[in-house]
Design a protein around this ligand. Structure first.
Ligand code: UDP
Length: 234
């Protein structure tokens, strides 16, 4: 039994890079695509947002003009989506990449209607290019697109296995939440998802499940509503 009919899976760029931290870890990506394919075969409509952190992050680009740095970040998310969409092709699952701005003939322009139709026809839709605006993140892009195409949940696959009350890398006593309200996450400044994304989730009552991309079957479990990671509810 599936809990959700349509989900948005957010993959952080860093998680796609595996242990290498930059670029692509093909093995990790092939496994992830296998899980996305399984979701589609289980009758779930799937869309995906991928970050850009394995190539570039606007907010850590030093003295560079922020708008320009963020433009590079948005382009990095498109490179990631084109790569993972091509892995979908080689694994036998159809997909399409949509962006909020024209990228010539490399992507389709985002349209809610066409995204819904693609998903209904069993294709995975990659929403690349974030929101199309600087000063935002792919978390916010994911929340925005999740609201627009009316998914049941956002599944955030990260390189950490949930939301903790403090950084587990710095504090061995850090406690992981199984469930946490979005309001509490904001009040405690836990930053599991950024504030702009959280505001949209609260407004639209959209739950977010944060879990570790490294857990085999993690995406399937999260989509099935089985216990995994941390559920951020509203
Ligand atoms: N970005 C942006 N606007 C958006 C989404 C992303 O400007 O709507 C840029 C920003 O520079 C960001 C980069 O793209 O640092 C990569 O996205 P993000 O850091 O969210 O990727 P992740 O951390 O999930 O890999």
């Amino acid at each position: 039994m599936q809990k959700y009919n349509r989900v948005l899976v957010k993959l952080s760029g860093e998680a796609l890079a595996g242990d290498k931290q930059r670029g692509f870890d093909h093995e990790v990506i092939t496994r992830v695509v296998g899980e996305l394919k399984q979701l589609v075969q289980n009758g779930i409509e799937v869309c995906v947002v991928i970050g850009g952190g394995n190539f570039w992050r606007g907010r850590t680009s030093g003295d560079m003009d922020r708008t320009k740095a963020d433009q590079i970040g948005m382009l990095a998310t498109i490179m990631n989506a084109i790569y993972v969409a091509d892995v979908c092709r080689s694994e036998g699952i159809e997909s399409v990449v949509q962006t909020p701005f024209a990228v010539g003939n490399m992507t389709e322009l985002f349209s809610k209607d066409s995204a819904l139709l693609h998903m209904k026809q069993g294709r995975i839709v990659f929403f690349a290019g974030g929101t199309g605006h600087p000063y935002f993140s792919t978390d916010t892009g994911a929340a925005l697109k999740g609201c627009e195409v009316e998914v049941g949940a956002l599944l955030f696959a990260k390189n950490i296995d949930g939301v903790y009350d403090s950084d587990p890398k710095l504090n061995p006593e850090a406690k992981k939440y199984e469930r946490l309200s979005c309001q509490e996450m904001l009040a405690k400044n836990l930053k599991a998802i950024d504030a702009a994304a959280a505001t949209l989730c609260i407004d639209q009552k959209l739950p977010v499940i944060v879990f570790d991309l490294d857990t085999p079957g993690g995406i399937l479990k999260a989509a099935a509503g089985e216990p995994i990671g941390t559920t951020i509810y509203v």
